[in-house]
Ligand binder design. Structure first.
Ligand code: ADP
Length: 400
């Protein structure tokens, strides 16, 4: 059985075709700059075939047609007929309070995703574009499944997900913490339980997904009890270009002093802040780290702030969990940046965490394992995330 996994953004469409017998990625790629000039289509198969071409795609349907053609290509392709695709799993972002699990898509589910557009305008609209394009190219008989970023966090209790604003705004608009990266937190925590060799129901885990966007989740017995992202993926701690949590007065103060519209303020909070805003160098952690090594003080400040904020979340979640079995790091930074990992471990030494320096420096580029010494009171694991695989597994389970 082959499952096609789709991650549709407003101008992009990432895809993977996964063979579920051995969970092997048969082909993957990206359609970039959809609807813009100079669109780029890329494709890579497990056989090593690669396509990278400038190909104008006016909309998601054209992108779908292009990727289907590549999958079926007699020379580069990996399947010989569309019937070899059993179902399509879509990454969906905001499932609100309604979708606590993955679901088979039907008209009612589409209405549900539409109803949460006000909470995630760009993302949910893009996900719907992907679903619509899929119907147009494959017809309505091919099952489609939606796997929501917010679903894994739906177990949070009200004391964790409510914001202390007038209650009527929760009732009127659904303003609350939803959390994101749920598929990654679920995959990584499940994998951690496998590596530790215990049932997830017995474990208290803190998962730090550190990428361009970052979030931390406290997971007790396989259930999220708190997470750092909130109503939107802006909440939490500093990211590549996002602020994370701020004193809300900073927003009103700046709007007034700089005469900013809500859109301009939104742009500052989402696109000009975080590592980029503080370092003035880049949103990319690798560039910040190399500037830090050259002695750039603002790059050092950005790295210090990031590590300090991560440590504060870990500290508060240990209390929320009333204990800890392990910390798991994932995402581009978690999987690769041993410099940040070293600082985070040093900050936790007083709790009995002992870093294995050699393992830490080796655990990069997709490696999986422990970076703490045997005998460390708690362990820290590096686990590369694989959201696509979890989307494919959910899709398979639902259609079966
Ligand atoms: P996204 O959130 O967009 O999925 P990623 O999880 O790929 O992003 O994370 C991107 C971040 O990870 C960037 O800040 C980048 O510098 C960092 N990163 C990615 N690969 C490496 C690497 N090999 N070494 C160090 N940092 C890396």
């Amino acid at each position: 059985m082959n499952i096609l996994v789709i991650n549709a953004g407003s101008s992009s469409l990432k895809y993977q075709l996964i063979s579920m017998e051995d969970e092997k990625v048969l082909a993957k790629g990206n359609c970039e700059r959809i609807g813009l000039s100079d669109s780029v289509f890329s494709f890579q198969s497990y056989k090593g075939e690669k396509i990278q071409e400038q190909f104008d795609m006016k909309n998601h349907t054209e992108a779908f047609n292009r990727l289907t053609k590549a999958l079926l290509d007699p020379e580069h392709g990996v399947i010989s007929d569309v019937s070899e695709i059993s179902a399509v799993g879509h990454r969906a972002v905001q499932g609100g309070s309604r979708f606590s699990k993955s679901v088979i898509i039907d008209d009612d589910v589409i209405k549900g995703i539409e109803s949460f557009i006000p909470l995630a305008p760009l993302h949910n609209k893009a996900n719907l574009e992907g679903i619509k394009a899929c119907y147009e190219v494959f017809g309505k008989d091919l099952p489609e499944v939606a796997v929501f970023d917010t679903a894994f966090h739906s177990t949070m209790p009200p004391k964790a997900y409510m914001y202390p604003i007038p209650y009527e705004f929760y009732e009127k608009y659904g303003i609350r913490r939803y959390g994101f990266h749920g598929t990654s937190h679920r995959y990584v925590s499940g994998r951690a339980a496998e590596i530790i060799g215990k049932d997830i129901s017995e474990l208290k885990l803190i998962v730090c997904h550190l990428g361009n966007g970052s979030s931390i989740a406290a997971i007790d017995g396989g259930k999220v009890i708190d997470t750092s992202m909130g109503l939107t993926p802006l909440d939490g701690f500093m990211m590549g270009t996002r602020t994370g949590t701020l004193d809300p007065s900073v927003v009103t103060f700046l709007e007034e002093k700089e005469n900013l519209t809500p859109e301009e303020m939104n742009d500052i909070l989402n696109k000009k802040s975080g590592l980029l805003g503080i370092s003035g160098i880049s949103s990319d952690d690798r560039e910040v780290i190399s500037a830090l090594k050259e002695g750039n003080p603002r790059a050092k400040l950005a790295a210090d702030m990031l590590e300090y904020e991560i440590l504060k979340f870990i500290g508060s979640y240990i209390v929320a969990l009333k204990g800890l079995d392990a910390i798991v790091l994932t995402g581009g930074i978690g999987e690769n940046s041993f410099i940040h990992r070293r600082s985070i471990c040093k900050g936790l030494e007083f709790l009995g965490i002992e870093l294995d320096e050699e393992a830490n420096e080796k655990m990069v580029g997709g490696a999986e394992g422990k970076i703490t010494k045997d005998g460390s009171k708690f362990d820290i694991y590096i686990i590369p995330t694989n959201e696509e695989l979890l989307i494919a597994r959910d899709t398979k389970a639902l259609i079966e």
